[in-house]
Every structure is written in C-alpha cells, then in structure tokens.
Design a protein around this ligand. Structure first.
Ligand code: ADP
Ligand code: MG
Length: 412
C-alpha cells in the first residue's frame, strides 16, 4: 500500500523536489501509476481533471532516466505528447521543477515557435521532449527530429488529442517511436469516441488504471445558475459576481467574437481582465496566462479551444457566460476550479434558450444545479418549461389541474 512518496522508492533528489513543490503525499493516480510505470509496464490511465496526472507520469520518467543514465550525448529518450502548446509548457515546467536536482534536460517543441529557436535545442542533448503532435511531425518529416532514441512515449490528455483530430498524427508518431520500451497514456476519460481502438494499437498489455479520487481529492464544487432575461441582464449579473463574489474567475464564452464584445464591456466598467482564445500569437497567450497566474488580473476570459488542458491555479469561480455546446465540455470547464482538493464554484448564466442545455448538464453530471438570485437583478421572465415528451406531460398537466392532490403525491 502506497501512502507516501517515500513508499515509492524514489531517489532522494526527486523526493526533495517533490517536497519543495508542496506535495505531501501522492494522489490516487500517482500511487497507482508510478509503481507500475517503474515496473516497466505500459499504462492506460484515466483520472478526473486536477488529480495530478502530470506528476503521475513525470515522476516515474525522471526516476527511469536516473536508473538508466545515458552513456553519451544524444537525442531525447522520453517523448511526452500533449494536445496544446500551453499544456506542453505546463508539463515541461512541472518536469523541470521536479528535475531541479538533476542534470536532465527538458525541452518543448510546439507550434507558434520559429524553427530557429528550436534548432539550438535540437542540436543539444535532450532527455525529455514535450511536444504537440503536429509540429513534431513536421520536424520528423524534415529530418530535424530523431525518434529512434525514444524509450518512453507518453500521451497526456489522449481524449483531447483525439477530439482535436490528432489521432492519425499520433499513430504516425507511435510508428516513428517503434523502438520504445514503454508507452503511457493518460486521459480524463476513456469513454470518448474512438479511444478504445486508438489505445489498442499504441499499448502492449497495459496496466489499466481508473483512479477514483479519494474523498480528500474529490472535488468540492458548488454549482448554481442565474437566469438572465437578455444580454444586458447577463452582463449586469456578471459584473456583480466578479466584483463582489469571486476572487479569481475564468469566464467561458462560445466564440472569439463574443469574447471580444465582453472584453469591451468589462473595459468600459473598468474591470481588468486577461483573455485567451484560439489562434492567438504564442507570446500573447503566455503573457495572458502569466498575468492571471501571478494575480495581476483576476479575471480571465476564454474560449473552449484556448482553455483545453491548462492548469490555472486557485480559480475560485468558473463562470459559464455562454453555456457550453455539450455536457462533456461543461465538465471540462468546471474542472478548472477546485483543483487538488480545494473548494470551488461553478455558475452558469442562462437565458431562456439555454435552459434545455442546463437540464441536460444536470442529468449528465447527476448534480442538482440550483437557481440563485441577486437581489436587484431578479429575472423578469418566468422559468421556461420545455416539454420533452409532449404527450405524456400534457396529460399530466391536465390531471394536475383536475386533481391536485393526486399528482402532488405522484411527483414524490
Ligand atoms: P491533471 O493533469 O490530472 O488535471 P495536474 O497534474 O495538472 O492534474 O495537477 C493539478 C494540480 O495539483 C497542480 O497544480 C499540481 O501541482 C497539483 N498536484 C499534483 N500532485 C499533487 C500532490 N501529490 N499533492 C498536492 N498537489 C498536487
Ligand atoms: Mg493534465
């Protein structure tokens, strides 16, 4: 039974780095994945967002590189693939922090960076490379990156990579890394379309780990919603929430256009905010994230594309200014709060037409999402009733009018 990091038989330098990061004990996924990975097994692991999957693969990779030190300078031995460049940088940052007492070299290769900047990296010895699939494939095709020395291939957020259409590229990268010893795949869920077939080709008799987070890790997210009559009302609600209730919030919007509109409104109201959206120059995205991370701004606007997989610490409130397209996206969004056992809040601003999506989310997450009001900003419209199976409901209504007592009982 693994209770502490010391139980994992890691080198002292790693244990010290872990302690400095403030990790007291391994999370469930770490306790299960690290020993198996160090045993030489392939891993197929799923655990909810925010449960420490990064360290679950970085720690054994670092231990492995120390157990089997390289004999001469050369190309990367561990390749970590992530769906987005932000995530690649976060994973690399965490790997560097954990490797701080070693001489191991950790690099990122992602889009949005000039080849010249990568050229230097590629000429030196690399131990771990964290990369996004598209850019890495380009380098391989141009014979600028050599996969033959890769011993461990690690896929982070495999579900997202598939969602983003990276499946075929990852398959090709897997073929390029065919001399590897081990493959580790991590995902928030393994239920998405195609994950099964995908993993079957990549992994050899993997240890399957489905880490139910312990109660300590389980998220404490309070969820609620406010009804809004229209855009103006929504905006008024939002301003009160971010200025009077929330300490640090991420606000999710459907599109870049809507994000731009909201930005203008917040500027008018003199509420400082940062924003990230897809197709934004790398340095500007980094900048926005850094400003949010260091607390220069406490409000971050984001579209779903931009926010994938980013670990933004200490978010008190996730705000769905626009409802997401699916219940699954809702779960990913609210996973930004209550990380690593902290408490969090997730709220949605819903107009009449959003009500069906809210109901769907409540069914999907099996959560009771309650309505809340802000005193001076109560909605004027009545809560809309959407008829699902028209006929039955209408019948019920009729009986409800005729004999109230009967249906009141039935409802329970
Ligand atoms: P996931 O990839 O599962 O979504 P992350 O690896 O991004 O989760 O970790 C989420 C947060 O939890 C990070 O801020 C990380 O530093 C922190 N964390 C990871 N492992 C531990 C641990 N054992 N104890 C405390 N905090 C941890
Ligand atoms: Mg992660």
């Amino acid at each position: 039974m693994i209770r502490t990091f010391a139980d994992l038989e890691l080198d002292q330098n790693l244990l010290e780095a872990i302690e400095e990061m403030g990790f007291d004990r391994p999370t469930q996924i770490q306790a299960e994945a690290i020993p198996q990975a160090l045993d030489g097994k392939d891993i197929l692991a799923s655990a909810p967002t925010g449960t420490g999957k990064t360290a679950a693969f970085v720690i054994p990779a670092l231990q492995y590189l120390q157990d089997f030190p390289r004999k001469k300078a050369g190309p990367a031995r561990v390749l970590i693939l992530t769906p987005t460049r932000e995530l690649a940088m976060q994973v690399a940052d965490q790997a560097r922090a954990l490797a701080k007492n070693t001489k191991l070299n950790i690099f990122t290769i992602t889009g949005g960076v000039q080849y010249q900047e990568h050229a230097g990296i590629l000429a030196t010895t690399q131990d771990i490379v964290v990369a996004t699939p598209g850019r890495l494939m380009e380098y391989i095709e141009a014979e600028r990156f050599d996969c033959r020395a890769i011993e461990w291939l690690i896929l982070d957020e495999a579900d997202r990579m598939l969602d983003m259409g990276f499946g075929p590229t990852v398959d090709r990268l897997s073929a390029e890394c065919r001399w590897r010893k081990q493959t580790l795949l991590f995902s928030a869920t393994l239920e998405g379309r195609g994950v099964e077939g995908f993993t079957a080709d990549l992994l050899k008799e993997p240890a399957e780990i489905d880490a139910e987070p312990s109660r300590r890790e389980r998220k404490k997210i309070t969820q609620w919603y406010h009804r809004a009559d229209d855009m103006e009302h929504k905006l008024a609600l939002l301003k009160v929430i971010i200025t009077e209730q929330a300490e640090r919030s991420i606000i999710f919007l459907k599109t870049r256009e809507r994000l731009a509109d909201l930005r203008v409104e917040l500027e008018k109201a003199q509420i400082p905010c940062g924003w990230i959206q897809g197709e934004m120059p790398q340095d500007r995205r980094n900048n926005a994230i850094a400003r949010f991370r260091d607390g220069s701004v406490n409000v971050l606007l984001a579209t779903d594309v931009a926010a994938r997989g980013i670990d933004l610490p200490d978010v008190s409130h996730v705000i769905n200014f626009d409802m997401p397209r699916t219940a699954d996206v809702y779960l990913h969004r609210i996973g930004r709060t209550a990380r690593a056992g902290k408490k969090g809040n997730a709220l949605s601003l819903v107009e009449a037409h959003d009500q069906p999506m809210l109901d769907r989310v409540a069914r999907y997450t099996k959560e009771d999402i309650k309505e809340r009001f802000i005193k001076e900003l109560r909605p004027k419209h009545k809560k809309p009733v959407f008829k699902k199976k028209n006929k039955k409901k209408d019948d019920k209504k009729k009986t409800a009018v005729k004999g109230k007592k009967k249906t009141a009982k039935k409802k329970k």
